[in-house]
Design a protein around this ligand. Structure first.
Ligand code: NFE
Ligand code: MG
Length: 504
């Protein structure tokens, strides 16, 4: 007999996600992922000045706003027929890169580490680090108190097998605290060129409104060096250590095994020259991306609009009472296929396409350190590993880009908003492939559609009843204790879901 377990809300993610799993014989037989609210950004944008869109769409999210701004200005660049000058392209990369570092570090330490690390180990700390001593005394007094949720956000959590190594656990708590400083530093670094963050003020069609000066460039480089040190000496070693303690999670949460990436960080004015390559891997075979193959199903989503439409034809008409619908997330598909997107997808696309020959040896070196073959990356720990490696690669690349800036040269090109136009903006947000589609009529936005990374990953079933990537990754997962379904939470969090984005 199957028993249904609902995790609602899933905590330590962004937004409102409910997961229902039907467990049979100690394993997940079926899973249902539900985005629990409607937001309506695509509707809000209709009729507005197109130049509002890079500001308004950044408000979809406080975690990956830069990527929404970037997707929006890419779509407008295409609609207005403009290309940014070299400085403008590089500055966009540097702002987006800073956001990647902030976001990946936050995901590992603040959002996921507590799935693996036993933070109560800090109560046995005997060293003299003042901050760890402070955490120790706080956790100890909280545990002795009558508080309903003592030591939140560290506790409560599911009871489970955590890493059984006091030194590693204490180091991870120490790095959890340092990660808070690192994410602030990454924001400050990006804000040197963004005006402010998390919502960048300077990203516009045609480039970036910043007047480059040597002081900002030097500051960016100095802050980046601190972040690189943290990534190389804390994030990557902590990730490798956790992986060595919980190897079963290389065998858990495989999922659909199809991967989609649009590519990100252009290295020249050619759209295909991205540092992180784009394309698809279906049945272990690489194919270049064909944008026309992207559609969104809504049979099980709470919308009355037509199912199976391409983004330019898509509508977003909410229908909260729709029969059988169980999510506010649409179900994007690529030529009908369920596709995983995100750092793991980018790694698989890079490896299978070998488009960026600098990346392939780095990925192979990392797999050797993990002592696993590429196919084992398709797992809970593989997703965390791909994120950590990508964080390092992007940080190292930001150093190369910042050297390419040319003070005194222009950072944006002028443009006019045409009466009628359309454009597509494709990039990679931290969680995966992000697309914005804009159509302009009478100088105003006539249609704006976003297909967002977590919309792909947390999608419900499609019109054929095929479950989405997270739903598939949950299927087959062993659940040892139905009161503590930590295994399911670990699978879901490996995707780093953002439901605020997914329901936009
Ligand atoms: Ni709201 Fe976002 C998603 C990412 S879309 S976090 O999903 O990364 O740009
Ligand atoms: Mg949408």
């Amino acid at each position: 007999m199957s028993k249904s377990i609902t995790i609602d809300p899933v905590t330590r993610i962004e937004g409102h996600l409910a997961i229902r799993i039907d467990v049979e014989g100690g394993k997940v037989a079926k899973a249902f992922s539900s985005g629990e609210m409607f937001r309506g950004f695509e509707t809000i944008l209709k009729g507005r000045d197109p130049m509002d869109s890079q500001q308004i769409t950044q408000r979809i999210c406080g975690v990956c706003p830069v990527s929404h701004g970037i997707a929006s200005v890419y779509a407008q660049d295409m609609a207005y027929g403009i290309t940014p000058p070299g400085n403008g392209r590089i500055l966009r990369n540097l702002i987006q890169g800073a956001n990647y570092l902030q976001d990946h570090i936050t995901h590992f330490y603040q959002l996921s580490a507590m799935d693996f690390i036993d933070i109560t180990a800090v109560t046995g700390y005997t060293g003299k680090d003042p901050r760890l001593m402070e955490v120790k005394s706080w956790v100890t007094s909280e545990l002795a108190s009558n508080s309903l949720f003592p030591a939140a956000p560290f506790l409560p959590r599911y009871e489970a097998g955590y890493v059984d190594d006091p030194d590693l656990n204490i180091t991870a708590v120490k790095n959890y605290l340092r990660a808070l400083e690192m994410r602030r530093l990454a924001h400050q670094m990006g804000a040197l060129f963004a005006g402010k963050l998390p919502h960048a003020a300077s990203i516009i069609p045609g480039g970036v409104t910043t007047s480059l000066n040597v002081r900002a460039i030097t500051s960016y480089r100095e802050m980046l060096a601190q972040l690189q040190t943290f990534i190389d000496h804390a994030y990557i070693p902590d990730l490798l250590a956790v992986a060595s303690h919980l190897p079963d999670y290389f065998k858990t949460g495989k999922g659909c095994n199809n991967f989609l990436a649009y590519g990100a960080f252009p290295e020249s004015s050619s759209p295909s020259s991205t540092f992180l390559p784009g394309g698809t891997v279906i049945n272990n075979r690489y194919e270049p991306l064909n944008e026309a193959d992207i559609t969104e199903d809504v049979k099980f989503s709470k919308f009355s609009s037509r199912s199976g439409a391409a983004p330019f034809e898509g509508e977003t008409v909410p229908d909260p009472e729709k029969y059988n619908a169980y999510s506010w997330i649409k179900a994007p598909r690529y030529r009908g296929n369920v596709m995983e997107t995100g750092p793991l997808a980018r790694l698989m696309v890079a490896l299978h396409s070998n488009q960026n020959q600098r990346l392939t040896p780095e990925i192979k070196k990392f797999l050797a350190r993990l002592a696993i073959p590429p196919e084992t990356m398709v797992s809970v720990l593989g997703r965390h590993g791909a994120r950590a490696l990508e964080c390092k690669l992007v940080a190292d690349q930001c150093l190369r880009w910042v050297e390419q800036l040319q003070p005194g040269r222009p950072c944006f090109n002028d443009f006019e908003i045409p009466e009628t136009a359309e454009g597509t903006g494709l990039t990679e947000a931290c969680r995966g492939a992000l697309g914005h589609w804009i159509r302009i009529k009478n100088h105003k936005i006539d249609k704006y559609q976003c297909v967002v990374p977590t919309t792909w990953n947390c999608s419900p079933r499609d019109d054929r009843g095929v479950p989405g990537p997270v739903e598939q990754a949950l299927e087959g997962t062993k659940i040892n204790d139905r009161e503590n379904p930590i295994e399911a939470a670990r699978v879901v969090r490996s995707f780093d879901p953002c439901i605020a984005c997914a329901v936009h």
